[in-house]
Design a protein around this ligand. Structure first.
Ligand code: NAP
Length: 278
């Protein structure tokens, strides 16, 4: 199959690596000429260009660009697509993307491979990034079944676990397990860095080990991605942050008022609940 990738960054580059390794022809468009040249030199793609006309021959096109670039890119891309081309995206938010793209291209399937690392750009692209990770598809009533099946087959060929749901359910769910953690983790890092006593701060940095590494990881990721999550999933992110603030307020009260049994019950409950999320 001829697979088009628009946006050769972490996700687009990683998709290109795996899909090419299983025999597909990869045609890619990226913003900078330098990125295209690098992708060709590293044999990540068969051909790359900054010109969207390269997508004319593609059977399926993956949009792997920042959420904020999807609207204008789709506008420029559509005149170059063949009638049967299946268009999909990898954006971390689905409601706004599906609302923007589906009315303009019948064969569009919203998608979200749930894999990532802190680094961004083509240099960060990795083989096997999607193995055993969820890959969510968010078709709507008008989405042709054949298009959904095609994208699902490609996701399965990456050894991802494919799920289907509607775009709004996706956005509420990822607010809890992806977008809220980014905001909390960023706040954790900022709060620690705000320690005014430099002796305590320096010592904390020396002592930081696996616990801090785990809890701060997603707060140290791509800032552009975090802003896009908040901007395009604003309602669900705010809802989850307000709920989280209530939890923090309750913990503050339990500690201030020395309600140790209540705190113990809370922590016993979270210990019991955690495996459900993993
Ligand atoms: P990234 O590493 O920053 O890559 C995006 C790449 O797209 C950039 O390197 C840039 O390449 C290119 N680009 C930017 N604007 C473009 C445009 N208008 N036209 C063509 N190419 C353009 O970002 P990413 O992490 O791969 O994220 C891409 C998408 O994947 C986002 O929608 C994000 O929500 C989604 N996603 C991210 C993760 C994650 O954890 N990172 C996980 C799942 C889904 P050059 O400037 O070098 O050409």
């Amino acid at each position: 199959m001829k697979i088009g990738i628009v946006g050769l960054g972490l996700i687009g580059g990683s998709l290109a690596l795996d899909l090419r390794s299983i025999g597909h022809t990869i045609l890619a468009v990226s913003r900078r000429q330098e990125t295209c040249e690098q992708a060709i030199a590293r044999h990540i793609v068969d051909d790359a260009s900054t010109d969207l006309r390269l997508m004319t021959d593609a059977d399926v096109v993956f949009l792997c660009i920042p959420l904020g670039a999807i609207d204008s890119t789709v506008e420029q891309l559509i005149p170059h697509l063949s009638f049967n081309t299946v268009l999909t995206d990898v954006g971390s938010v689905k409601g706004s993307v599906v609302k923007t793209v589906a009315p303009r291209w019948q064969n569009f399937v919203g998608g979200h491979p749930m894999a990532g690392i802190a680094e961004s750009g083509l240099e960060a692209a990795l083989p096997k990034l999607f193995v055993d990770r969820p890959y969510v598809l968010t078709p709507i009533e008008s989405t042709p079944l054949a298009a959904v099946e095609l994208v699902a087959d490609i996701a399965r060929s990456l050894q991802s676990r494919v799920y289907q749901c509607n775009p709004d359910d996706h956005d509420r769910a990822v607010a809890w397990i992806s977008h809220l953690p980014v905001m909390i983790s960023a706040s954790l890092i900022a709060t620690c860095m705000g320690e005014p006593d430099l002796v305590a701060l320096n010592l904390a940095q020396k002592l930081a080990s696996s616990g801090f590494r785990d809890t701060s990881r997603v707060g140290g990721g791509n800032p552009e991605l975090g802003v896009m999550m908040a901007k395009y999933n604003k309602e669900a992110v705010l809802r989850s942050l307000h709920a989280y603030r209530q939890q923090v307020d309750q913990i503050i009260q339990q500690i201030e008022q020395e309600r140790w049994n209540e705190l113990a019950d809370r922590l016993a409950q979270t210990r019991q609940d955690r495996p459900q999320f993993l």
